[in-house]
Design a protein around this ligand. Structure first.
Ligand code: NCD
Length: 323
């Protein structure tokens, strides 16, 4: 295989953002730019390049106030592959427990010379609050049920890589739409790139108001399944729910779990995605999660590449404007 040197040059003039707070505010051109750069990084990694030192000397801090396996590790790996240093902040052992505010904590970290703050917090809007109060770059790694832009981007990258384009594809997001930040980021990104989006789940978790922005909604997976090209299976976010949205998990699985019976009635080339963590037997059965239609681990691989692209675009050399 011929090796291609990664010559991304400086950040293009068309990219002027210092932060990545959500996909709602990005244009189709900006989303496409991130995905194109992520593909360049992916090709380089596949060809064996472990280090692409475009952020040497920069420091990224993971400021996570909620649990994470994939996202935190993926951001750390992405930063290190770009030559940046990384620091992990743990809210449970910090001075937050001594009464320090969220902004003061972040300002103190910034005063130590941090270039990028990657924040996950249960409160929607907290990344924006930081962006308005810090000089460094802020990346949203999930703010409550609001947005999780890099998850949306890596989902879309996986579809685009498999299908070439999003234009005209029907993508169904199934599960806890009401509490899912992954759903929101997917909806904005998918619609901007020309996909038809269906949100599907129990009526307690799927609002008809999505129709107001051109998103189809359905309470029956079996009804929509035959015309779906991509199925993104979202976890039920019990940690964000005040009341039980359905009588039992068994009942939910009976109506919405993707299993081999449903797969037999789907398009033969349907693509199965899930942001993870997956609950085997609830939103997807093990045979489907591990089967040929599943791109679940490919999503994880693509996550590192998308995060490399985002880190480079917000913190690499190039023009910037404040939000
Ligand atoms: C998602 C999250 O945290 O919002 N997971 C992730 O980032 N990989 C989805 C979820 O927790 O269900």
């Amino acid at each position: 295989m011929a090796t291609e040197t990664v010559d991304l040059g400086t950040v293009p003039d068309s990219w002027t953002r210092r932060h990545l707070l959500g996909l709602e505010e990005l244009s189709a051109a900006e989303i496409t730019l991130i995905l194109d750069k992520a593909m360049v990084f992916k090709r380089a990694i596949v060809q064996g390049q472990r280090k692409i030192p475009l952020l040497t000397g920069k420091t990224c801090v993971n400021l996570f106030f909620e649990n994470s396996t994939r996202t935190r590790t993926s951001f750390s790996l992405a930063a290190r592959r770009l030559g940046a240093d990384t620091v992990d902040f743990s809210s449970s052992t910090s001075s937050l427990s001594k009464g320090e505010t969220f902004i003061d904590t972040a300002k103190n970290l910034e005063a130590m010379g941090v270039d990028v703050v990657i924040v996950r917090h249960r409160t929607p809007g907290s990344p924006r609050l930081l962006a308005e109060n810090l000089q460094c770059s802020v990346i949203n790694a999930g703010d409550g049920p609001h947005e999780h832009p890099t998850q949306g981007l890596l989902d879309i990258m996986t579809v685009r890589e498999r299908r070439g384009s999003l234009e005209g594809l029907t993508v169904a997001l199934v599960g806890d739409i009401a509490h899912s930040r992954t759903a929101r980021s997917n909806i904005w990104g998918l619609k901007k790139l020309g996909a038809h989006v269906i949100v599907c789940g129990p009526s307690t978790l799927v609002s008809p108001r999505w129709a107001e922005i051109g998103v189809e909604y359905s309470y029956s997976l079996d009804d929509i399944l035959p015309r779906v090209d991509v199925l993104n299976l979202l976890r039920i976010q019990f940690e964000r729910q005040y009341t039980r949205p359905f009588p039992s998990v068994r009942e939910y699985a009976h109506l919405y779990a993707m299993d081999h019976h449903r797969l037999a009635r789907a398009k033969s080339d349907i693509l199965i995605l899930a942001p993870g963590p997956i609950n085997r037997g609830v939103e997807v059965t093990p045979d489907v999660a591990d089967g040929p239609q599943s791109a679940i681990l490919e999503q994880v691989t693509n996550g590192v590449c998308v995060r490399m692209a985002v880190l480079w675009l917000v913190a690499g050399d190039g023009p910037r404007v404040d939000i």
